[in-house]
Design a protein around this ligand. Structure first.
Ligand SMILES: [Zn+2]
Length: 135
C-alpha cells in the first residue's frame, strides 16, 4: 500500500481512528511506531491492533510535509526570515508544518470567539470539498 500523505503528525492518529477493521472494530491499540524512509522522503510506520478481534494492521504515512527540517533550504529560509521578524516568529513559519499553523489559527479564532472568521473558513473548506466532489 502506498504511504498515506499526512500534513501533520496528529493527522496520522486521526486517520487510524477512522479506519475500520473487517470485524467492525477500530485499531485503537497502537503497538509500534517506527521511522523509515523511501525515495520520496521520511515514512512513519505505525502498527495498530483491533482490540475486538486482535487483527493487526500496519499503516504507512508519508510525513515529508510534516518534517519541515527535512525540506530543502530551510536554514537559508530561517536566516532570511530572521532578518525581518523576531526569531521565534521566523522559526514558527519555517519549522512548524503549515497544517499545524492552520489548526493554531483556528484555535485562536475560537479563543477570540471570532465567529465570522470561523464561518468564513468553514465556507472556504466546504467550497473546496464541493469542487473536488464534482470534478
Ligand atoms: Zn477487529
Amino acid at each position: 500500500m502506498n504511504p498515506i500523505k499526512v500534513l501533520c503528525i496528529a493527522q496520522e492518529r486521526w486517520f487510524i481512528r477512522r479506519e475500520q477493521c473487517p470485524c467492525g472494530g477500530h485499531y485503537d491499540e497502537e503497538i509500534q511506531q517506527a521511522l523509515t524512509s523511501s525515495s520520496a522522503g521520511p515514512i512513519d510506520e505505525i502498527k495498530a491492533r483491533c482490540p475486538a478481534c486482535g487483527n493487526m494492521e500496519t499503516f504507512r504515512f508519508d510525513i515529508s510535509a510534516c518534517a519541515t527540517h527535512l525540506q530543502p533550504h530551510w536554514t537559508k529560509k530561517l536566516e532570511a526570515y530572521s532578518k525581518v521578524m523576531p526569531e521565534a516568529e521566523a522559526a514558527r513559519l519555517v519549522l512548524v508544518p503549515e497544517m499545524e499553523r492552520v489548526l493554531g489559527f483556528i484555535e485562536d479564532c475560537q479563543r477570540e470567539r471570532n465567529r465570522l472568521g470561523l464561518e468564513f473558513m468553514a465556507e472556504a473548506v466546504a467550497h473546496a470539498q464541493e469542487a473536488i466532489a464534482t470534478n
